[in-house]
Ligand binder design. Structure first.
Ligand code: ZN
Length: 273
């Protein structure tokens, strides 16, 4: 059972309906505990204005989505390093609990996932080095392996934590149940992460059947994921962050009245989480 103050709105959930300013108002109106903006919405509003509005609304920032995308050019470029540095600065400006990293997949035409993974680790090391100087935490979000080619070649919590082990302090994982629920090691690896490295917890549901691999996520309770079981595991290791609702849903939730979406999130938080 999740109370509204334990829930954060990832702005992707109502991205077709609301600007960031409207999301901030909506979170406050519905009594949610926090928000997690995407960078496009943040930049559209202006980082300083958004930081002020979020503060005034009394909202926690459970994360900033997203940095990463290290692999697009096949090697780490200065442009990508610089963009991630800006993302770190934005995360600092809004007081985000972490900067969430979607690390990137294969370069166009490449079949070399090993070298993509090496580029990712090099990029994360560079971003982390800067993030430490401004006190921003870096959270690697492992994505479901169906996105290994086009979005992220880090696909399990184990793989992400192995990178964290090598890179040291200040880096951890964002666990999104949509991406990791199927993994036989999911609970073991949540325990391995521990409170320090479990930096974000994203919830939604896996619909069966799923009609689109990117934009057909379900509301909690409408699919097959044992959200209460995974959440209990996270809490057992000492995770005290917010439960961030992140739903990409072109044919359903993106077409609903956003106030109804937030009301449903709250009802499912109480009854399906
Ligand atoms: Zn996520």
């Amino acid at each position: 059972m999740l109370t509204p103050d334990r829930i954060s709105l990832n702005t992707a959930t109502v991205k077709e309906q609301w600007t960031l300013a409207q999301c901030i108002d909506g979170c406050q109106r519905h009594g949610l505990g926090g928000i997690s903006p995407w960078r496009d919405k943040l930049q559209e509003m202006g980082v300083e204005a958004a930081a002020r509005a979020i503060r005034d609304a009394g909202l926690q920032v459970s994360g900033l989505c997203r940095g990463g995308w290290y692999t697009a050019d096949g090697a780490l470029t200065q442009a990508v390093v610089d963009d991630n540095r800006r993302a770190v600065d934005e995360a600092a400006a809004i007081g985000a609990d972490c900067l969430v990293m979607v690390v990137g997949g294969l370069a166009t035409g490449s079949r070399d996932i090993d070298s993509a993974r090496a580029v990712v680790e090099e990029g994360l090391a560079r971003t982390l080095e800067y993030a430490r100087t401004v006190g921003v935490k870096i959270a690697i979000e492992p994505l479901h392996p169906m996105y290994a080619a086009d979005r992220a070649c880090v696909n399990t919590i184990r793989q992400a934590l192995d990178i964290c082990d090598r890179l040291g302090t200040g880096i951890g994982v964002a666990v999104d149940v949509y991406h990791v629920w199927w993994d036989p090691e999911v609970k073991t690896q949540i325990r391995r992460a521990g409170a320090d490295r479990l930096m974000a917890f994203h919830i939604c549901d896996w619909l069966d059947p799923t009609s689109n691999l990117l934009t057909d996520r379900g509301m909690m309770g409408d699919g097959v994921i044992d959200i209460p079981g995974l959440r209990a595991e996270a809490e057992a290791v000492g995770f005290t962050g917010l439960n961030e609702v992140e739903i990409f849903s072109a044919d359903n939730w993106w077409r609903q009245d956003p106030d109804d979406v937030l009301r449903t999130m709250i009802e499912r938080g109480a009854n399906a989480c």
